[in-house]
Every structure is written in structure tokens, then in C-alpha cells.
Design a protein around this ligand. Sequence first.
Ligand code: HEM
Length: 388
Amino acid sequence: MDVTQPGAYALDPFPHYERMRATAAVFQDDRSGSWHVFRYDDVQRVLSEHATFSSRMGGDNPSGSGQLFAASLITTDPPRHRQLRSLVTQAFTPKAVDALAPRIAELTDELLEGIAARGSADLIKELAYPLPVIVISELMGIPAEDRERFKQWSDVIVSQTQSGPAGGGDDATAAEMIGYFLALIDQRRSRPGEDLISTLLAAEIDGQKLTVPELLGFCSLLLVAGNETTTNLIGNAVFCLAESPGTLERVLEEPDLLPQTLEEVLRFRSPVQSMYRVSVAETFLGDQRIPAGAPIVAWIGSANRDEQQFQRPAEFDVDRSPNRHLAFGHGVHFCLGAPLARLEARIALEALLARLPGLSLAPEAQLERMESTIVYGLKALPVRWQPA
Ligand code: HEM
């Protein structure tokens, strides 16, 4: 099977990854010219050796959604990356994230309040989808009435990035979003608030501030990186618990197991399955010679099932320790939002387990995967429970 074909949107791509690890662990797709990397050690190397594997996928003239990310953290290499990252981490400290916990719990409660008496619902639509958008938009100080537009942009941008962040794109959506953020940045410059954009405008390192394109890049990145991924962590967690007999009951009995259960979800059904790099110089991966300038796809979803790294990798095991999954990447680009994603997912799961007793997949549920080779999540998650 060609990993870039629609067959790759399978709910169960893992047997395919297993075959690739065994037979073609570093493999060039003749059609696109891209190299695909499937083993844990190689994926970790590609993600973290930034001097050999660059994150500047769009080159100097990216188009479509690529423009949005051209000046963002995720498409910048050191040394500039280090400066950008220190600027944004000033606004994204663990303390700032922890302070969001009560508000996240409140929002989760409001969303569940609306469905608790029903006994059945699509959890993606009712909770996993709206929660991260509201959290990130509140963090950025986006007015509540613009949330829906915000989510729509995020969806369009994510669907465009299926062939990599530099892939083609809907220029109209990119332009609309750029216009919106430019106006917001202007407004915050004249009237700063407590929000992330105001903090970013004020952040400084070595007397340097973020440029407007850099601010734009960061806003767009948060929109995509912070929404769809967290939605899928929550959805995939419910999916994993529902499909592994006894696990849900165990987590209910021992709530302290929840954080490590979420780590296992991140490994087992990783919300981000693949990331992109481009080789800077000729190098070797396994026994394959990779020329300079080659696009490379690092299959995180496969690395996280590698039998060389994990015992019984096809088993969902909440007691797994150590669990050195690569779901948030590795090295200098390690996910900036990991603490926020973990916090949101923990609060959402705690609330789901407490408020929806007897939670299980709806018997008629036909689970389908979203059509993306980068993100892994369900289109819908029909569940039922015993309403109070
Ligand atoms: C379960 C949820 C999430 C997953 C699985 C995830 C995954 C990832 C991965 C794999 C990377 C590394 C990219 C690379 O190496 O090229 C990354 C980077 C990043 N993520 Fe996340 N992410 C999640 C949630 C979030 C959230 C909630 C935010 C922000 C609110 C966020 C913001 C970022 C940013 C800004 C980067 C770029 C960091 C850099 O390049 O230095 N992510 N994420």
C-alpha cells in the first residue's frame, strides 16, 4: 500500500506500519519523491537532528497555507528557532497553563451539562471539538462571537496540510485569517489586555521583539496545533477506554491512573501520526542514502508501535512504564502545548467519567477516521450512558 493514498486514512493503519518497519523501514515513494521513515530510532533522529533534517518545508517561497507557517516556530530552524521559542515560552509557561485549570473545568461542565440527561451523544461534536477551540480562543482573547469562524479556519488549514504544511492551499481562507489576525494585533497594540497576543507583543529577547509575520505565524500555528490535536486526544482516549475491556472500570476505581492512561493513548493512537522535514545535506538513514533536499515524512504513529522500543506494542496497557512515546515530537520542536493538551484531556476525561456513568460506544457506531495522513482522530464518536 502506498502510504500517501486514501487507504492510509484507515482506522487501523498499524499493521501497515508494522509491515513497513519489517520490510521497508526507510522507503522512497517514487510518485512524490518523499522518503518515509517508520522505525522509532530513525523517527527520533529525523525529528531532533535539526542540522541534518530541516523544518523549513516551504523553502523560501511557500504558497497557500504554507505562507501562514513560513515565519512560525514549527517551520524555523535554530538559531532563529531558539530565539522565537524563548519569546513565546514567556507567554506559555507551565504556571500560565495551570492557571487555566478552573476555567477548563467550568467549560467542560457547561458542555456536559447540555447532554448529561440525554443518554447518548456524539462526543466529538459535543465536547472534544468545542472545548479546545474555546480554550485557545479565550487564551488569545478572541471574542466569543468569532469562535465559529475561528474553528472553520482551523478545519480548512488542517485539511490543507494533509500533504505537509507547505502543500497547496486555499488562498482565500489564508487571506481572510491573516486579515483577521492583523486587525486583532493592531487592536491589542493600542489596547493591551491579559491575553496571549498582548503578552506576545510585549515579549522581548536580547532587545528583540516578534515581527508581525512572526506573530501571525504563531497565531495561525496555535489555531491548528492547539485545536484538532487536542480534540483527537480526547476522542481517542474515549475510543481506547471503550475498546479495551476493564480499563474504563480500572480508571474509575483508580483515578490517579488517568495521566499515565493518557500517555498510553498518546502512544497507542497518536493524534499526530506524521511530521515533515527536508534533508539539508546527504545523509544515511538505515542503509538508505538520502540526498540533500529530500522531503522526509517521519511516521510518529509507527515509531510509537515499534517492537524494538515497546514490549507488546499492539496492546493498550495503562501500566506501561517507561513509555517514551514520540507523540509530542522530540528535541527542539517538542510540542509547546503539551502541558495544555495534557491538562485539557485530563479534565475532560475526569468529567466524562464522573458525569456519564456506564459510558460505552453506541452499539451501532461505525467509527470512521478523519481524512488526513497527519492527524489521527474520529469523524464522530457516538456513545451512550445511563442518564441520571
Ligand atoms: C494532543 C495534542 C497535541 C499533540 C499530539 C501535538 C503534537 C505536536 C508535535 C508532534 C509537535 C512537533 C512538531 C515537529 O517536530 O515538527 C508539536 C509542536 C508544536 N505544538 Fe503541539 N501537539 C498537541 C497540542 C498542542 C497544543 C494544545 C498547542 C498550543 C496551544 C500546541 C502547540 C504546538 C507548537 C507551538 C509547536 C511547535 C513547537 C516548535 O516548533 O518549537 N500543540 N506538537
